[in-house]
Design a protein around this ligand. Structure first.
Ligand code: ADP
Ligand code: MG
Ligand code: MG
Length: 480
């Protein structure tokens, strides 16, 4: 029922030797900053010492709405006309990124998007509102480069191991400490894409590979490698890795039908899996944008396609909280299940709702977070900073943002964070992510599955919880 009460010395003596060796042995790891000069110097990933207690009912609800959310986003992506109209509007106000992706999408359409199948690897993020209901509230729906599916399985495994070996004493009694199957289920999802491609196209060498498109200097490599090794172990599917800067050197399109070939080994790529390309910083030159376009117009299945990536903007999330919009895509029964997970999100345009939001942002900014169309953490403007920020811009630029009600989760002081071999006892907040995978084309959904979960915790004193960015850590759940 409760957390262990151990002093730092007790944790250091009784738990850390086991935790460190378990992590090193099982790959619950991350690279330290500037690791390139010593590539064998991985360290234990930032984690919590204990799982965090979460109400079972809230957890179950988050899991149970995943396939509905998956379907909703597929329906949005399949409604090309609606998505294009909304994205085109948005692209005018956010030229640096949404605008570039949109432009790339238009170019791809002109050249011809020959692969109709798409793979969506999603993560739906929630905070638990501290009201009486302890209702889960959606933070955001991610449609590109979702991370920690690998490490989440590891950290939940570690916590379960410590619990079952009674290193937590008799604490957490009555709780379930489950293991997130995300590392297996996400690999299963990727394999669905590979097999669908192989069925659709005769592979040149009888088999195909998955291309992980990664960032230069990625510290969270092990999280990705875990998926890669599961693809190999469980599905006999090989993976290759490359950055977006290398695509023009390492790949080519086959003359017949635009098959994507990995030149060094002459292997055929069936699925392009993006673990980069979600932020403008990922594109360092015009060549990188060309490379993104090159992949989009190849026969390989993209995870995600540009269109799927563009469906994940905060703007689309805002539009989907409107009942009228939502009812275009899913039936009443499903709408009823997901609407309790919404908080109010407003546009900042000159519509009626936008006018109201413009007032709220200045009159009661303490209740809101202002979000641009960006991913990866560290981009939002909070509370009292909002008015000053808005005033520093031209009013027409406000259209590139959405205003979202703040969710108020209950912090806990009882967990302990382990980062760089140091223990931190601070009040933390936890964000629950649910993974989902879909395989679909213009009008069909061939696969729609829940694919595991993730709990990330951060100091409640910091507004954002990026693990790699240094604000947060990977955690797991003790369900009560
Ligand atoms: P990103 O795509 O950059 O991850 P998010 O929408 O997830 O953007 O916002 C980043 C972080 O900001 C979240 O992980 C959460 O900690 C905090 N946050 C975002 N929206 C809210 C909200 N409505 N209420 C409370 N915290 C929020
Ligand atoms: Mg995001
Ligand atoms: Mg987020």
């Amino acid at each position: 029922m409760s957390y262990p009460v151990l002093s730092d010395d007790e944790i250091t003596q009784k738990l850390l030797p086991t935790i460190n060796q378990w992590c090193l042995c099982n790959g619950l790891l991350m690279y330290p900053p500037a690791f390139q000069s010593s590539p064998n110097s991985a360290t234990v990933a930032p984690i919590t010492i204990y799982p965090t207690i979460i109400p079972l009912s809230a957890f179950k609800e988050a899991v149970s709405v995943q396939t509905i959310y998956n379907e909703l986003y597929v329906k949005v992506i399949q409604d090309t006309e609606w998505l294009e109209i909304e994205t085109e509007k948005l692209s005018r106000y956010d030229l640096t990124f949404t605008g570039r992706l949109w432009d790339m999408y238009l170019k791809a359409k002109k050249i011809g998007i020959i692969q109709k199948l798409e793979l969506g690897i999603f993560r739906n993020d929630f905070l638990l509102d501290k009201g009486e209901q302890q209702q889960i509230k959606q933070v955001e729906f991610n449609t590109v480069s979702v991370s920690f599916g690998g490490l989440s399985s590891k950290v939940s495994h570690l916590h379960s191991y410590l619990y079952k070996h009674e290193l937590y004493g008799s604490n957490f009694e009555g709780c379930e400490i489950p293991i997130s199957e995300s590392s297996k289920l996400l690999a299963d999802g990727l394999s669905q894409g590979v097999r669908a491609y192989e069925k659709q196209n005769q592979p040149l060498n009888g088999q195909t590979v998955v291309a992980f498109i990664v960032q230069d200097g990625e510290r969270n490599v092990f999280d990705q490698r875990i998926l890669e090794y599961n693809l190999w172990e469980k599905h006999s599917i090989k993976s290759i890795r490359m950055t977006i800067h290398e695509i023009h050197k390492l790949t080519a399109k086959n003359d017949l039908g635009g098959k994507l070939i990995y030149k060094p080994t002459n292997e055929e790529i069936s699925v392009v899996y993006f673990r980069s390309g979600y932020s403008p910083q990922d594109f360092k030159s015009e060549q990188d944008w060309e490379n993104r376009l090159f992949l989009e117009t190849s026969l390989a299945i993209k995870a995600p396609s540009l269109k799927t990536q563009l469906s994940g903007t905060k703007k689309i999330q805002q539009l989907l909280t409107e009942h009228e919009t939502l009812s275009k895509f899913i039936d009443t029964e499903k709408i009823k299940k997901i609407t309790p997970t919404f908080v109010k999100i407003y546009p900042l345009d000159d519509s009626e709702l936008g006018q109201l939001a413009r007032k709220l942002a200045f009159e009661s900014p303490e209740n809101y977070v202002l979000k641009p169309q960006r991913e990866g953490g560290g981009n939002n403007i909070y509370k009292e900073d909002i008015p000053k920020f808005l005033n520093s811009m031209n009013k027409s630029e406000w259209n590139a943002y959405i205003l979202m009600e703040l969710i108020n989760p209950e912090p806990t002081e009882k967990n302990v964070i382990l980062r760089d071999n140091k223990l931190y006892r601070e009040s933390i907040l936890s964000e629950l992510g649910i993974f989902g995978v879909v395989l679909f084309d213009n009008d069909r959904i061939l696969y729609n599955e829940y694919s595991g979960w993730l709990l990330r915790s951060k100091f409640s004193s910091s507004n954002e919880g990026g693990v790699a960015a240094g604000f947060g850590c990977v955690d797991s759940v003790a369900l009560l």
